[in-house]
Design a protein. Structure first.
Length: 452
């Protein structure tokens, strides 16, 4: 009996030991060391994902960092019924915020000097904005934390969530997607460093400020479809990016310009010729850009308060918009004219080794005859002492004080253009010889008079 009791006790002790070992093995352990935390955007919850998150931890914003671990925050990433999920947007973001805060704290494990880089996309950028606010309010040291926000819906410069002004105290709750609008706060600074990047026409990160411009609204919808899921291809370090910072330098905003508006990109995909795209784009882009305020550019220019929707632009902005549209029209007009303008042939002449002029390279025969005739008349013109006009081919030309035309010069003139017939008639050549003989006779008379 005593032996059975001992065996029973030993079994209980062994079972307890195994339970403790397993609990230790499966319990979440704090992550020690530098960490990259990924917080992805909205996905469609179906048995087969038809829309995957666009965040890439090793994209141009976060290249593979030596010694860094990678941790992905798991949360619903839902938009209510629009993503076939029972969890609404607000609840999804709340769950993601808690997971992000936990991942940051585990990565640092009580040491605020451990570097943590948090990459967030779309809904994930909203998660990271709220996590940053919570940690700041709790007094947590984030001096070694860096946030990278892609397609930030809380962008103070026209992010779609802060684009809507505050409505009442708590905003307005929309049941279908489960999202509250009219109560969002823009991404704000803390002791963390925040870098955010957005494409120029991503409608979630940069919504038209003046929605009365319906063309800009349609372009923003198309731009969202083309650009919002393409941040893994973005280059935040390109030299033509428009970069601005808050006055304290804690937030850096990077806007990637888009040369061709999304509407024309889609039109080109469906067969619109590239030449037509190039002609129309300057004017269309100028018209669409009237729906936005000037892009913040330079240190201290990024707004600390949200830029919200407006109905009509100011008089000053309207005048500037008119000038910009006129410039766009002028550029389109120039491109259209250049498309139908024929090339101008160039006329060039060269000299051979003997010094004679060669045939002009242009194929324009009228220009060739004009050049040949002008040179031939100048060379074959008989010269007299003093300067006097002489009529040749019905035109008066000025002659210089040269005694006579040498045979070599006449021969050179005749060889200017071998394929062109002589431009001086037989009667003109007779007049030239007669004038030359008269000039020599006059000189002999004067010489004989001088000797007597």
């Amino acid at each position: 009996m005593h032996e059975y009791r001992m065996i029973y006790v030993m079994k209980r002790i062994f079972a307890l030991f195994v339970t403790v070992i397993m609990a230790i093995a499966i319990a979440p352990r704090a992550i020690a060391g530098p960490t990259v935390v990924g917080v992805d955007g909205t996905i469609v919850q179906l048995p087969i994902d038809i829309l995957e998150g666009a965040l890439a931890l090793n994209d141009n914003m976060l290249t593979k960092l030596p010694g860094y671990q990678e941790v992905v925050v798991k949360y619903p990433q839902s938009f209510g019924l629009f993503t076939f999920s029972a969890i609404g947007y607000d609840k999804s973001v709340a769950i993601g915020k808690a997971g992000t805060i936990n991942a940051i704290k585990q990565a640092q494990n009580g040491d605020p000097s451990v570097p943590v880089k948090v990459a967030c996309h779309s809904q994930g950028s909203d998660v990271c904005t709220q996590a940053n606010d919570q940690l700041r309010n709790d007094g947590y040291n984030q001096s070694s934390v860096t946030y990278f926000l892609e397609g930030n819906v809380d962008n103070a410069y026209l992010g779609i969530k802060v684009w809507i002004p505050h409505i009442g105290k708590n905003g307005v709750f929309i049941p279908g997607p489960g999202v509250t609008l009219g109560n969002a706060t823009p991404t704000a600074g803390s002791d963390a460093q925040i870098n955010q990047v957005s494409y120029e026409y991503d409608g979630f990160a940069r919504t038209p400020e003046y929605p009365i411009n319906l063309l800009a609204d349609l372009n923003a919808v198309v731009g969202t479809l083309l650009e919002h899921g393409s941040y893994s291809k973005a280059d935040p370090y390109a030299p033509n990016n428009i970069v601005s910072t808050t006055p304290d330098g804690k937030i850096t905003n990077i806007m990637i310009p888009v040369n061709v508006v999304p509407l024309l990109t889609v039109a080109k995909f469906f067969g619109l010729p590239q030449q037509i795209v190039d002609i129309v784009n300057p004017t269309l882009k100028a018209i669409i850009d009237t729906a936005y305020s000037p892009v913040p550019n330079g240190p201290g220019t990024y707004p600390t308060k949200a830029v919200t929707v407006k109905l009509f632009p100011s008089k000053e902005k309207l005048q500037t918009d008119i000038k910009n549209v006129q410039q766009g029209l002028a550029e389109s007009k120039n491109k259209l004219a250049a498309l139908f303008k024929p090339p101008i042939p160039a006329i060039t002449t060269s000299k051979s080794s003997s010094g004679a002029l060669n045939k002009p390279t242009s194929s324009d025969s009228s220009n060739t005859r004009s050049v040949t005739q002008d040179v031939a008349v100048q060379v074959q013109q008989p010269k007299r002492n003093g300067s006097s006009p002489t009529r040749i081919n019905g035109q008066h030309r000025q002659t210089s004080s040269v005694r006579s035309t040498s045979p070599d010069t006449a021969k050179q003139a005749s060889n200017i253009h071998p394929s062109t017939p002589s431009t001086v008639s037989a009667r003109d050549r007779h007049n030239v010889k007669r004038n030359a003989s008269r000039g020599s006779g006059n000189r002999s008379v004067r010489n004989s008079s001088g000797k007597s």
